[in-house]
Design a protein around this ligand. Structure first.
Ligand SMILES: [Zn+2]
Length: 466
């Protein structure tokens, strides 16, 4: 779910729950029927239509799915069904824009949702500056849906009501026509790529102490000097006010004042971190040609270690700029790293980019060229010299390349293992296979990962949809 819309908890009663689950099931049925119909048409087109030069139709027709066997579809508002077909068409449009793979069957696991357009809901003034949400049509009323909004919102053109793990949410999309591809869809697309191409479109990101973030494209992200100077000043101020606070009588007005001043010193750094994380994450997912951004799970242990103090020939400590810098950066970065990851994660699908996290084991000691892993490859904090192949690089840059490769292997490797399991030669499709015949078999052009959901649909019930 995109983060620029609004998403609130909602609390349908028992009756409303049953109705909503039915709507969800029926909309999914139409969507999946469109997917199957399209597969049939394309298989047929390859064989026969190619002779006539005709293209399979991509339309929003759905009335053909309502028949004697599916009379239960008439028990929901027709708009719910139509929106199922529209959702499918939008997914198809994304495919044409190369924003995702072809629409695949929607399974019954995970989050389930129904998309409702204007005809199916209305906001009613509650007389206290808030709104009630009334759902349904005259013929198919659902009544008032209770939802809890923690912030003001615009009235949307459409809403999505979803259930996941027993919790209901209502989402107000601010960008109605835009439904971003799901990470799984992007991953399915990228897994078809050639490994070399994917490597070229992959940005590995190393998050470190000396360099807060460094990419395999050689870009280094750091706070600007003014920000750093200010943050240092704030830290000094904080220590001063903390000392004063300790000296003052607890609960006195002076103590309260000191406490407030201590708290205030945190705000600036916190804003800088947020700002920094936004800039870095945006830059990563919008970099030209990039389709995949890979980070590692934070290596907390090595992160919280300070670089060793250097000693000169006579065993005396020498001034170490990197060490001083690290001390400050460590304090500043602790929360910025997490934020960069969170922000990149939600910004990536909007840019049709896959965001991946890979295990961090020994990424700092592994050679990006030959894969040799040894502590000796790191003669210093910043240098990487491979003891096997002699590759020399900046340590952070080498690490970011290792991370990118791990991401590529994860995506490409998954594709290979899928092929082993599900390498069934697509069967020639007959009209039966789309009109409710055997739909459990993998069909032409279907990504293997979508198989799990290709069971014939039946009338949705509470038990199935939850
Ligand atoms: Zn090497």
């Amino acid at each position: 779910m995109s983060m620029n819309g609004h998403r609130f908890r909602c609390y349908p009663n028992r009756t409303q729950e049953n109705i909503l689950l039915r709507w969800i099931g029926c909309q999914r049925f139409i969507y999946n029927s469109k997917v199957r119909e399209d597969r049939y048409f394309r298989a047929f087109a390859r064989k026969a239509l190619s002779l006539t030069g005709q293209k399979p139709p991509i339309d929003q027709q759905y009335s053909q799915f309502i028949g004697p066997d599916t009379a239960w579809l008439r028990e929901v508002p027709s708009q719910v069904l139509r929106n199922g077909a529209v959702r499918w068409k939008q997914a198809y449009r994304r495919f044409f824009q190369k924003l995702s793979g072809r629409p695949t069957l929607h399974g019954k696991g995970g989050e389930q949702s129904v998309w409702l357009t204007r005809e199916l809901f209305a906001f009613e003034d509650d007389g206290e500056g808030g709104y009630f949400l009334r759902i349904g049509t005259k013929k198919h009323p659902l009544g008032r849906l209770r939802y809890v909004s923690d912030r003001p919102h615009d009235l949307p053109a459409s809403i999505v009501i979803s259930i996941n793990a027993g919790q209901w949410h209502v989402s107000f999309a601010t960008e109605d026509d835009v439904i971003y591809p799901k990470p799984a869809e992007i991953q399915a697309e990228l897994s078809q790529w050639d490994e070399t191409d994917l490597r070229a479109a992959t940005l590995g990101v190393d998050r470190g102490i000396a360099n807060p973030a460094c990419t395999c494209a050689g870009k280094v992200y750091d706070f600007d000097p003014v920000q750093k100077a200010r943050m240092e000043k704030k830290i000094r101020q904080r220590r001063r006010w903390q000392r004063r606070m300790a000296r003052r009588t607890k609960g006195s007005s002076g103590w309260h004042k000191a406490r407030k001043r201590v708290a205030r010193t945190y705000t600036y750094a916190s804003n800088v971190r947020k700002d920094f994380a936004h800039k870095v994450s945006h830059d990563l997912v919008t970099a030209p040609g990039v389709r995949m951004v890979v980070m590692e799970d934070l290596k907390v242990a090595s992160m919280s270690r300070r670089p060793k103090a250097k000693v000169n020939d006579r065993g005396r400590p020498v001034a170490n700029g990197a060490r001083a810098k690290a001390g400050l950066n460590k304090a500043i970065l602790n929360s910025a790293w997490g934020r960069i990851k969170t922000y990149a994660q939600y910004k990536a699908p909007r840019n049709n980019v896959l965001f991946l996290v890979v295990p961090p084991h020994h990424s700092s000691q592994e050679c990006a060229v030959c894969g040799h892993i040894h502590p000796d490859n790191r003669p210093s904090q910043s240098r990487f010299v491979c003891q096997r192949c002699g590759q020399t690089d900046h340590a952070d840059h080498n690490a970011s390349r290792v991370i990118a490769q791990r991401g590529v292997r994860k995506v490409v490797g998954q594709c290979k293992s899928d092929q082993k399991v599900g390498a069934v030669r697509p069967e020639p499709l007959s009209p039966d296979s789309y009109a409710g015949g055997d739909q459990n078999k993998p069909q032409a052009g279907q990504h293997p990962s979508a198989h799990r959901s290709s069971k014939p649909e039946t009338m949705p019930t509470t038990a199935q949809a939850v």
